[in-house]
Design a protein around this ligand. Structure first.
Ligand SMILES: *Cc1c(COP(=O)(O)O)cnc(C)c1O
Length: 392
C-alpha cells in the first residue's frame, strides 16, 4: 500500500477510524522523552480532557495497549480468583469480558442474549437478586460486533440501587471503547464505577493507548483484591497518573491530546450529535438498500446489517476496489452473515458518497436501489454531521 493510495482510502470501519487532521499533525511531531516536564504536562492535559469526555470527576489513567489491555487491567486489578461477576453476552466484545475473567480465575455468571439486543433492567435485577455472590456487572456500552447500545443510563443506577437494597457493594464496569465521544455517556450521573476506552475510535486517533477511569468504590477494590499481574496492575498507574510507570506511547498521546482538544473545542454534545446524525444517515441508506440492521437499540458507533443472500466478502471487496471504502465483516458466529459500517467522524459528503458506492456495488450484484429516492430526507438527516466538515 503506497502513500498516495492510502490517502484515497476511507475507513468506514468501527475502529480504527480515519484520523482527525489534529491527530495526524500531532503524530508528525518529534518523539518527546516521557520524563520531561513538557511531556508530563501534555499527558496530564490529555487525562483532564478525557475526564471531560467521560463526564466524570474521577481520575483517568492511560495504558500503552489497545482497548483490550484496559479491560484486562480492570479484571486483573479489581477482582480475585473465585470472585463472581455477571456478564451479559450479546456479541464478540461482551464475550471478551467473560473470556478475560476466565483467564484470571474470576467466576462468570453469564447471561446469554440474542445478537443485537442488550440486557434489560428486569433481567439484571433478577440475576442480582437471586445470586448474592455477584460483586460486579461487566457491561459493554456499545457492542461493536452488532451496533447495539446498552442502556447504561438505566442500568448504572439500577445496579447501585440493588446493592444498596441488599446491603452489599455491586460494581458497574462498562466497556466504553467505541462509545466515548460517540454516544451519550455520563459516567458520574449514571453511577458507572469503572469505565474503559481506547484511542482509535471516537477520539479519531491511532490505536495504541487505552484508558481506565475508576471512582473511589472501584479504587477501593484494588488493594482489597490482593492485586495480580504486573504491567496491567492499575495500582501502579493510579499512584501518579501523570507519571506513567512505563514508557508510554508518547506519539499516540500527542495525537490523542491534539485530537481531543479539538473535539472539546467543537463541544462534546455537538460531536455526539454529529456522530448520531451520521449514524442515522448511514442506517437510512442501508435500510433503503433493503438490508436489515442487526441492532434493536442503535449505537452511533457502527451499523451492522444482515446481507441475506448477498456475499458480504464480495460487497466489501467491491467497495474497496472500486470506491476505496473499507468496511468490516461480521465476527465469530456472525461471520459471512453481516457487514458493519461506521460513520464516526464522517461528514455529510462522505456518507452520501458511501450511499452512492453501496448503490453501485449492489447494482453490480443484481440488487438495485436508487439513492435519489431518499436523497432529500437523507440530506436533512445528515445536517448534524456537517460539524465534521469544519475539521480540515
Ligand atoms: C474496539 C473495541 C474493543 C477493543 O479492541 P482492541 O482491538 O483491543 O482495541 C473492545 N470493546 C469494544 C466494544 C470495542 O469496540
Amino acid at each position: 500500500l503506497d502513500r498516495a493510495k492510502a490517502e484515497d482510502l476511507r475507513l468506514f470501519t468501527p475502529g480504527p477510524v480515519d484520523l482527525s487532521s489534529q491527530a495526524r499533525n500531532g503524530l508528525a511531531m518529534p518523539v518527546e522523552h516521557h520524563r520531561t516536564e513538557s511531556f508530563e504536562s501534555l499527558l496530564l492535559r490529555m487525562l483532564e480532557d478525557l475526564k471531560q469526555a467521560f463526564r466524570t470527576s474521577d481520575e483517568v489513567v492511560a495504558l500503552t495497549s489497545s482497548g483490550t489491555g484496559a479491560m484486562e487491567s480492570v479484571v486483573a486489578s479489581l477482582f480475585s480468583p473465585g470472585d463472581r461477576v455477571l456478564v451479559p453476552v450479546s456479541g464478540k466484545f461482551s464475550r471478551r469480558w467473560a473470556g478475560i475473567c476466565s483467564a484470571f480465575g474470576v467466576e462468570v455468571a453469564e447471561m446469554s442474549l440474542e445478537p443485537g439486543t442488550g440486557p434489560s433492567a428486569e433481567a439484571i435485577r433478577e440475576r442480582l437478586t437471586e445470586d448474592s455472590r455477584i460483586e460486579a456487572v461487566l457491561l459493554t456500552h456499545s457492542e461493536t460486533s452488532t451496533g447495539s447500545l446498552t442502556d447504561l443510563e438505566c442500568l448504572g443506577p439500577l445496579i447501585r440501587d440493588v446493592g444498596l437494597e441488599q446491603g452489599r457493594e455491586i460494581l458497574c464496569c462498562a466497556d466504553c471503547i467505541s462509545s466515548l465521544c460517540v454516544d451519550e455517556l455520563r459516567k458520574d450521573d449514571w453511577f458507572v464505577d469503572c469505565a474503559v476506552s481506547a484511542s482509535q475510535k471516537g477520539l479519531l486517533a491511532p490505536p495504541g493507548l487505552a484508558f481506565v477511569c475508576l471512582n473511589q468504590r472501584a479504587l477501593g477494590r484494588i488493594e482489597a483484591s490482593g492485586r495480580s499481574g504486573y504491567y496491567f496492575d492499575l495500582g501502579r498507574y493510579y499512584r501518579d497518573p501523570s507519571r506513567s510507570p512505563f514508557t508510554p506511547s508518547v506519539s499516540i498521546a500527542r495525537a490523542v491530546h491534539d485530537s481531543l482538544e479539538h473535539l472539546l473545542a467543537l463541544g462534546l454534545d455537538n460531536v455526539v450529535e454529529a456522530n448520531r446524525s451520521g449514524a442515522a444517515g448511514l442506517r437510512m441508506i442501508v435500510e433503503h438498500a433493503g438490508l436489515r440492521p442487526v441492532a434493536r437499540e442503535q449505537s452511533n458507533a457502527v451499523i451492522a446489517f444482515w446481507v441475506d443472500d448477498v456475499d458480504p466478502e464480495r460487497v466489501a471487496a467491491i467497495l474497496l476496489a472500486d470506491h476505496g471504502i473499507v468496511v468490516a465483516q461480521g465476527q465469530e458466529e456472525l461471520q459471512g452473515r453481516i457487514l458493519r459500517a461506521s460513520s464516526i467522524g464522517k461528514g455529510k459528503a462522505d456518507i452520501v458518497g458511501f450511499g452512492r458506492a453501496l448503490e453501485a456495488t449492489m447494482a453490480g450484484l443484481g440488487r438495485r436501489f436508487t439513492l435519489d429516492d431518499i436523497i432529500q430526507d437523507l440530506e436533512t438527516t445528515l445536517e448534524g454531521s456537517r460539524l465534521w466538515e469544519s475539521r480540515q
